[in-house]
Design a protein around this ligand. Structure first.
Ligand code: ADE
Length: 292
């Protein structure tokens, strides 16, 4: 997975992701990070990238051209990288050279890549989106500042508008880091224990069950007996029960989704042999109800 971040503050991104699990994955080349300073593409005396908005109003807007040139520079890197990986004369590359795209966004999608504009006006990021993005070869994050970015370059380049929640931050750097962190941990090899990415909170619409470590007793509180019983079936049943309880209490919205899927499972179980593939998807937390 190759991450590219277009920003006015590249150091913020580099420093933020250089520690802990993402830092280790970067060092091991399981993921890569390419920060691009949009200011490097402002060809004027003071490297200015913003200007007043037409129609008046407070604040400045990031201009289209430096953003566009920054995107194009990433696209030429991606093209070069893909050529190195598949050999210069591969049929795909020759075909790609001759393809005329409607716009850069279409070109990006055709390269199994996405350009994500982080904005409070986007769809709210969640675990499913993280899983979808984790399937891409390249993800380009565009971080806005000031009052936003000229609409024309967004229309030309953006494939996804994504927010991290219903509140407004001063820029797109922190949301980009949040998303890169969530996506990275789904890239094979980033978490050493691959199972943990599957069983943690939000997998299958349920929050994670409570966990305990040594000592057996702490502040008069004991570890639940069942967890020390050695009976894995009972432990799994207890964990599922706690997950359901916790989700119902803390996240009624997620619980409603879980109940709907559970109803589906019950229905499908009436003919288990015929529906085993769908039941399996529900059990693995990969199913979504599209139509009821
Ligand atoms: N930029 C400013 N606020 C944001 C948010 N909540 N999500 C994504 N990008 C943002």
């Amino acid at each position: 997975m190759r991450f590219h971040v277009l920003t006015l503050f590249p150091q913020m991104i580099e420093q933020g992701l250089s520690e802990s699990i993402t830092g280790r994955a970067l060092k091991q080349n399981i993921i890569s990070l390419n920060t691009v300073n949009i200011r490097d593409f402002a060809h004027n005396k003071h490297n200015k990238v913003d200007d007043y908005t037409y129609g008046g109003g407070a604040g400045m807007l990031m201009q289209a051209e430096p953003v566009y040139q920054a995107v194009r520079s990433v696209m030429s890197q991606i093209n070069k990288c893909n050529q190195v990986h598949s050999g210069d004369n591969s049929e795909k590359n020759i075909a790609d050279e001759n393809t005329s795209y409607k716009n850069t966004a279409e070109e990006i999608k055709n390269h199994n890549a996405r350009l994500i504009y982080v904005t409070p006006q986007g769809s709210v990021f969640n675990q499913q989106m993280a899983a979808e993005f984790a399937k891409c070869d390249d993800l380009i994050f565009l971080c806005g500042h000031y009052e936003g970015i000229d609409e024309r370059v967004l229309e030309e380049t953006v494939t996804d508008y994504v927010s991290i929640g219903d509140y407004v931050l001063t820029g797109g750097e922190l949301p980009s880091m949040v998303m890169i962190d969530a996506i990275s941990r789904l890239v094979p090899g980033v978490l050493h224990n691959d199972i943990s990415a599957e069983t943690e909170s939000f997998h299958g619409n349920l929050l994670e069950y409570p966990q305990y470590s040594r000592p057996v007793e702490w502040h008069d509180k004991k570890v639940p007996e069942v967890l020390m019983s050695g009976n894995q079936k009972k432990i799994d049943a207890w964990r599922l029960e706690k997950s359901i309880e916790r989700t119902k209490e803390r996240r009624p919205d997620l619980y409603a989704g879980f109940k709907r899927l559970d109803k589906c499972r019950e229905f499908l179980m009436k003919n288990k042999l015929l529906h085993i593939d769908m039941i399996e998807l529900i059990n693995r937390g990969c199913a979504e109800i599209l139509f009821e």
